[in-house]
Structure formats: structure tokens, C-alpha cells
Design a binder for this molecule. Structure first.
Ligand SMILES: *Cc1c(COP(=O)(O)O)cnc(C)c1O
Length: 362
């Protein structure tokens, strides 16, 4: 039945985002490796900050996020005036599409790019344009070929999800330099902290006025449940985004948790090191079982199987063993499974289960 009340064009083309599964019917001792969460959770300092913030829940939060922006500026060496905070980086992606998109405009994302780019583009009335990747890696030339006078935004995640691959600083600079002046390049740095000595693109942003990076507290900081993200970009972009941002989009509880997380650098360092160690262990163990993967720069491994059938059977086998991983057919990777790097015990369980699936005893 058609209704007289109709959403604007684009809305009904949105397939709602499906998050990683978290439960298995009837199973106990389930390990969730489907959402790239930090297996160790947030640091103790964050839990203390949350306990304190609980006493002020009747107060409206400050609306300029200044203490958090100041802390971000100090820790990352950035100008706090050019930082905006959001309810997860998802909200920043929404702001970007609302601000620069709209009917008659195009938003570019890549073949295996993060699902929220398409959803937010459609919600804003823009046409999402998908461009080819080269061997599961963002391809700058394909992006440049797809750009036209309607293009407003180009989204790339670096490192990317769900592939875990990354393009180098030279390629990112070349993309920024060769885009026409009316196009804004968005560098999604959700996994930037997992890469040692990587600034997410901050220095490039300082040199140009057409690049912005989005960042999150959901991944290495272990705060996916609290919804805190931020972005760093040129003055004119941050100013425009702030006009569409609701004044109270972040609670005091979120902001204090984020600030505490940021200031506990030792904990972040520990998580980064542990992730790197277990990630290479996992990739190597999978390779020995005949399961290939690209070198991952993030906190997951994209395991590549022989075909769709084998990937699906392996996912079911893992699930029967209480292990939840992410199917990524929706990302045009039907023969792959994305496995978050968990703690050591979880990584061992995954390898043991896949060995069983492959009929190998280890
Ligand atoms: C997880 C993730 C995010 C983070 O989203 P939040 O809204 O900050 O939780 C953003 N981009 C990519 C590519 C991600 O994988």
C-alpha cells in the first residue's frame, strides 16, 4: 500500500545498518569478535571519571566541548578551535553529508568502504557513488576518475574497514591535491591509533583547506558503547558543521570519559602493542591453516576463504563454537570474514575452531 505521507527521495533506498551480532541462542561463553571492540574495555581512569560524572546528570552539558577539545589539542598537537565533537564519528559523518550534500549532489565512497557513508549520503538526499578498489585497497585514480561537478564529498577510511588495508601518505596527499576545489576529502581515522607514528592526516589538514579527518573513541579507547567521536579540519568546514550540530549532542558523562581516556596514554599504548602482537599471531596462524589475509593495519583481520560457501560454512562453525565474527558479503567481500583481534584466549579459540573446520588438529 502506498501512503500519502512519503519520505523525501533517497530515504527508502537506505538499507538499515546491521551491527555485529552479539548473542548466540542457547550458547554461553560467547566471544564477540564482530564489531572491532577493544577486548580489554576502557581504562580504569575512564571508569572513575564516569562514576564522578554520574553526580551531575541533572545538569545540561556544556555545549562548546571546550575541555575535551583542549585535551584533544594537547594530546594530538592540534588547534582546539578546529575540532568538533560528535556522538560517535557516525554523527560527524552525518553532519558532513547534511552540510555539503543534498539533492543533485554526489558523495563518493569506495567499493568496500564503511556502510555509514552511503546511509548518510542517502539520508541527506545525495547520490552515493561507489568506486572500484584495487585488491581490497583504496585506489586514488579510480576516485579521481569518478569526480565531477556534482561531487561534494569523498570518504575514505585509512586504515579501512573491513579490509584493514591502508594507503600511504603520498597517495593521500596526491588525492587531496588533485581533487577539484569544490570537493572535500574526508579521512576516516577510526583505526588511526592502531598505526604507530600515524597522525591520521593532521599535518596534511594543516597545509590544505579541503581535507578533514574524523576520529573516534569507539575503537582503541574501548568506548563504543558511549558514543564519542571528533573531527579536525579547516576553519571554514568546522564552522559550517557546528551550525548543524545540536548544542547538547554530547553529555558531560561522555565528555569526561573521553578526556580521561585521552589522558591515559599508557593504557592506549598497551592496547596498541597487544593488538599488534596478537594480530600478527592470528594472521600467521590462519595462514598456516590455508586462510589468507592482507596485512592489517587495524584491530581485525579480514580472513579470505576459497569461496562464499567456505566462508559461510566457517562462520557457522565458529558460531557453533561460541565465536561471533563478521560476515562481510554486504561489503562485496562474500568470501571473507572479518575477525576482530580479541584477547589472547579468544585468538587461540578462533584458531582452534578454524583448525577444526579445516579438519586439522592443532
Ligand atoms: C567503527 C568505525 C567508525 C566509528 O564509528 P563511531 O560512530 O565513532 O562508533 C567510523 N568509521 C569506521 C570505518 C569504523 O569502522
Amino acid at each position: 500500500m502506498t501512503h500519502a505521507i512519503q519520505p523525501k527521495p533517497g530515504i527508502l533506498e537506505i538499507s538499515p545498518y546491521v551491527g555485529g551480532a552479539s548473542k548466540i541462542e542457547g550458547a554461553r561463553d560467547v566471544v564477540k569478535l564482530s564489531s572491532n571492540e577493544n577486548p580489554f574495555g576502557p581504562s580504569e581512569a575512564v571508569k572513575e571519571a564516569v562514576k564522578k560524572a554520574v553526580h551531575q546528570l541533572h545538569r545540561y552539558p556544556n555545549s562548546d566541548h571546550l575541555p575535551l577539545r583542549t585535551a584533544l589539542g594537547e594530546v594530538h598537537g592540534l588547534d582546539p578551535a578546529r575540532i568538533i565533537c560528535g556522538a560517535g564519528s557516525d554523527e560527524i559523518i552525518t553532519f558532513l553529508c547534511q552540510t555539503y550534500g543534498g539533492p543533485g549532489t554526489e558523495v563518493i565512497h569506495t567499493e568496500h568502504g564503511f556502510g555509514m557513508y552511503r546511509i548518510s549520503a542517502l539520508a541527506a538526499g545525495s547520490a552515493p557513488i561507489e568506486v572500484r578498489e584495487h585488491e581490497r585497497t583504496v585506489d586514488v585514480d579510480s576516485i579521481l576518475e569518478a569526480v565531477n561537478f556534482r561531487t561534494r564529498l569523498v570518504f575514505i577510511a585509512n586504515p579501512a574497514n573491513p579490509t584493514g588495508t591502508m594507503i600511504g601518505a603520498n597517495e593521500v596527499s596526491r588525492l587531496a591535491a588533485e581533487l577539484p576545489a569544490h570537493v572535500l576529502l574526508v579521512l576516516d581515522g577510526a583505526y588511526a591509533e592502531f598505526v604507530e607514528e600515524y597522525d591520521g592526516g593532521a599535518r596534511l589538514i594543516d597545509k590544505r583547506d579541503n581535507v578533514i579527518m574524523t576520529r573516534t573513541f569507539s575503537k582503541i579507547y574501548g568506548l563504543g558503547g558511549l558514543r564519542i567521536g571528533w573531527a579536525y579540519g579547516p576553519d571554514h568546514v568546522i564552522d559550517a558543521l557546528n551550525r548543524v550540530r545540536g548544542p547538547f549532542n554530547l553529555s558531560e558523562l561522555q565528555m569526561s570519559a573521553a578526556e580521561a581516556a585521552l589522558r591515559d596514554g599508557e593504557y592506549v599504548e598497551k592496547c596498541r602493542a597487544e593488538n599488534a602482537r596478537l594480530r600478527s599471531w592470528l594472521a600467521k596462524a590462519l595462514a598456516e591453516l590455508g586462510v589468507a589475509s592482507d596485512t592489517s593495519c587495524a584491530n581485525f583481520v579480514l580472513a579470505r576463504f576459497y569461496d562464499v560457501g567456505e566462508a559461510e560454512a566457517c562462520e557457522a562453525h565458529l558460531r557453533a563454537d561460541g565465536l561471533l565474527v563478521r560476515k562481510v558479503a554486504g561489503y562485496k567481500l562474500p568470501n571473507c570474514l572479518r575477525i576482530t583481534v580479541g584477547d589472547e584466549a579468544s585468538c587461540r579459540r578462533v584458531v582452534h575452531s578454524i583448525a577444526g573446520f579445516k579438519g586439522r588438529d592443532i
